[in-house]
Write a protein that binds this ligand. Structure first.
Ligand code: ADP
Ligand code: ZN
Ligand code: ZN
Length: 757
């Protein structure tokens, strides 16, 4: 007997040991998956991390045996395992949780991975010489239908000319043969049964084959871009990470393309991360035009089979040179990674919220690049505080690019005071007269407009104007959002839905009315104002189906639609030529967000969505509607004054002990009973305070203090840079364990969110 240590894809600490007989053990190496028993009757696919002879310190009866070996070769590379370990330790979760997030579902299933196959036909071996082939044709004389198909087969596969002029024989699928000859499966089957053809199965890639690379489609960089590229490469000589701070439409993407070409020419692989699947649509087209089938795409809208196939391809001897993907692409295997590009590096969607691992793909990618000796480029028009600080203090390189391509000016941003306009009764619902006339002008000139409202649904809530009743989620402490198309009330936290009541359940008033504006209502109302406009809406609700993003983006790009309404999904990275006007309908919902990062987010979101305007040709116009026109952050967006914005915010962060000067760890406690979670969090808060003093805030009720029937408390820990991090985290984990061991606290959930967003 030998033994293996494995990790299980479950939220459990540590590794587990199983026995394995010598014969099986011979075929096992670290990185393969093994089927092992779990609990009384279950089995799971575990990942082997070590094969050894040290008998675990357990009764023989307690040591269970490996049931099966699922892979012929390792499915993860050594550096991936090290990355998992880094994530588990930095983000304070278990290896099993990381494994769960890292492997596509097809590699977690208990059946090994089975590739899709298709049936092919080839000439039977005995007929593969000239004389025999003539005999075969002759033999088929009495079966004219079969003979016709057979002759067609010879032509399609090139056997008809082979003996005169030896050439490559073409592989044919049964499908292709049937289509070319309009024959039935029965005819092909007879040819096989009678020994003229052989049928066999071939694996089929579900992956797109985009054809040869086209280096001629690479655009020549202008002077400013070429200079920026040189500066990036020069700084990589000294630093692993460089921040490219380029205003919207400065041509950052074109610089990336040149850097990718160089990396490929040196035989390296590139990982190109984007924060949002919606963005991969346009970027796929741009990159495919240059890199053809060298480009692989990886994100969660791909089917599981496709993801497994890309994974396997990355392990093969012909991996993709470039992987374009969202967050999870950081978990793919890379054999010779040379460059990581993190586009729109400021985006918060790079951070996974729930479930664990609550990792930040930017940090994970930087760590992986360092492990593999690759360079990292962060790109953004609005870098996040942390990255900009790292660049300014010399940890990262810094390359600015402050000119739009072809010198087009950044858009003209008009701030309109909606409080004042409302007061003077000049608003048409959510639209200011300035916005409406700008849209009217754009549409009349054949241009397009984008309207940004960061709330989906029809109305954020409905209420009874008589008694003030507002419907709430039964599982969460939030009001329900009204979705008019479905005539439903929906909870955006847990997904609970219910029909809209006919009358107020409190007072019987039959006129319940919506309050506020979601994207659905904006769509309805703008259609009323501009009945001739071709309106599209992009938000979570309209992009649930496969291909929905592609359709909306294509139609808008091609001018089939000319007015696009959307949530933050439309704020980032998209490159359209004909957008003359961008409307930001309600800046205040961002500015008033209860979080220390509210202004940072608002600045980024407003600058980014403005950046969609006037990218080609004429200068674009942005109408920014707010009740707070004089707020400095609004003025800084208008003048694109990142420097002042950053400077002010940094001073504030320093004063109040926030990142980038302090690291944050949020500790969440959840339990069905409010009393228990309150008592437990008070106890933990007191213990933490004993140890960490005034670095501890709370416990507090978070903004939404009950989700999915669990009451929540939050404790904030602010740790100054340079504090012994590993030690601190260990003591946090020990404190959690102490608490969970206490009577009555078994069902308590306690988890950490490190570097929360
Ligand atoms: P960013 O990524 O900085 O927002 P893009 O790379 O999307 O900017 O560039 C904006 C637009 O200008 C794109 O349509 C792009 O193709 C075009 N563009 C940028 N640089 C060049 C160049 N050197 N030659 C031709 N077109 C360019
Ligand atoms: Zn009422
Ligand atoms: Zn809910």
């Amino acid at each position: 007997m030998r033994y293996v240590d494995v990790i299980l894809p479950l939220p459990l600490e540590g590794t587990f040991s199983y026995a394995v007989d010598d014969k099986k053990a011979n075929g096992i190496v670290a990185g393969m998956r093994l089927l092992v028993p779990w609990g009384k009757s279950k089995t799971v696919a575990a990942l082997c991390i070590r094969v050894h002879d040290d008998k675990p310190d357990l009764d023989d009866s307690k040591i269970k045996e490996v049931l099966d070996v699922l892979d012929p070769a390792p499915v993860i590379l050594p550096h991936q395992y090290r990355l998992w370990q880094w994530i588990a330790s930095y983000y304070m979760c278990t290896m099993g949780e990381v494994m769960n997030a890292a492997l596509p579902a097809g590699l977690k299933a208990e059946t090994g991975y089975r590739p899709k196959t298709e049936t092919c036909v080839r000439l039977a071996a005995k007929y593969r010489n000239e004389q025999a082939l003539h005999i075969a044709i002759d033999l088929l004389r009495r079966m004219p239908k079969q003979q016709k198909v057979f002759l067609a087969f010879l032509q399609l596969s090139h056997w008809d000319v082979y003996f005169e002029n030896p050439c490559e024989i073409k592989e044919l699928t049964r499908e292709e043969l049937m289509n070319a000859t309009s024959c039935s499966t029965a005819i092909v089957r007879q040819l096989v049964v009678h020994g003229f053809l052989e049928a066999y199965d071939r694996e089929v890639g579900r992956l797109n084959h985009a054809g040869q690379p086209h280096p001629e489609n690479t655009k020549t960089l202008n002077d400013a871009q070429a200079k920026a590229m040189d500066a990036i490469e020069a700084q990589w000589k000294e630093k692993n990470v460089v921040l490219l701070h380029g205003v919207t439409s400065s041509g950052k993407t074109e610089i990336y393309i040149h850097l990718i070409e160089k990396a490929i020419a040196e035989g390296k692989q590139v990982l190109y991360l984007l924060p949002e699947i919606a963005l991969t649509v346009q970027m796929t087209e741009r990159l495919q035009r240059v890199f053809g089938s060298e480009l692989g795409i990886y994100h969660s809208k791909y089917s599981d089979a496709e993801r497994v196939e890309i994974w396997q391809k990355q392990l093969s001897d012909k991996p993709y040179s470039v992987i374009l993907g969202a967050r999870s692409a950081v978990f793919l295997p890379f054999q010779r990674l040379g460059l990581v590009i993190i586009d729109e590096e400021h985006e918060t969607s790079y951070k996974q919220q729930d479930p664990a691992p609550r990792y930040h793909a930017r940090s994970a990618a930087i760590v992986m690049a360092q492990m593999l000796g690759a360079k990292t480029l962060l790109g953004s028009a609005t870098p996040c505080m942390e990255s900009y600080y790292n660049a300014k203090t010399g940890k990262y390189g810094y390359v600015p690019l402050m000119q739009r391509y072809q010198g087009i000016e950044l858009p003209d941003i008009h701030v309109v005071d909606i409080k004042d306009l409302r007061h003077r009764k000049m608003m048409s619902g959510p639209f200011s007269p300035q916005l409406l006339s700008a849209i009217r002008e754009a549409l009349s000139q054949g241009k397009q407009a984008i309207l940004f409202q960061n709330r989906r649904g029809f109305a954020p809530m409905i209420e009874c104007k008589v008694c003030g009743w507002v419907p709430h989620c039964k599982n969460c402490d939030v009001s329900l959002t009204y979705h008019k198309r479905l005539n439903m009330l929906t909870c955006h936290y847990c997904g609970y839905t219910q029909p809209v009541p006919m009358v107020c359940p409190c007072c019987g008033n039959p006129h319940l009315s919506g309050r506020g504006y979601g994207t659905e209502k904006i769509e309805d109302q703008i259609k009323e104002v501009f009945p001739e406009a071709r309106v599209a809406r992009m938000d979570l609700d309209t992009t649930r189906t496969k291909g929905a993003y592609e359709r909306i983006i294509h139609d808008f790009g091609a001018g089939k639609t000319n007015l696009l309404i959307g949530t933050q999904m439309i704020s980032k990275g998209l490159d359209f030529d004909r957008v003359a006007v961008v409307g930001i309908l309600d800046a205040d919902s961002m500015l008033n967000y209860p979080d220390f990062r509210a202004y940072e987010y608002a600045f980024m979101m407003m600058s980014q969505v403005s950046g969609r305007a006037g990218r080609k040709g004429k200068r674009g116009l942005v109408v920014l509607q707010t009740r707070n026109p004089l707020l400095p952050v609004v003025q800084q967006v208008v003048s694109n004054d990142y420097q002042t914005f950053y400077h002010d915010l940094l001073a504030e962060r320093h004063l109040f002990h926030y990142p980038p000067f302090y690291h944050l760890i949020y500790i969440y406690l959840k339990h069905k009973q409010e009393g228990i979670v309150e008592a437990a969090s008070q106890q933990l808060g007191a213990q933490l305070r004993q140890r960490f003093g005034d670095r501890v805030l709370g416990p507090d009720k978070p903004g939404v203090a009950r989700v999915q029937s669990l009451s929540i408390r939050k404790i904030v820990l602010k740790l100054e840079n340079g504090i012994a991090r590993a030690q601190t985290q260990q003591s946090l984990i020990a404190l959690r364990q102490q608490l969970l061991n206490q009577k009555g606290y078994k069902a308590l959930q306690i988890y950490f969110d490190v570097d929360p967003m």
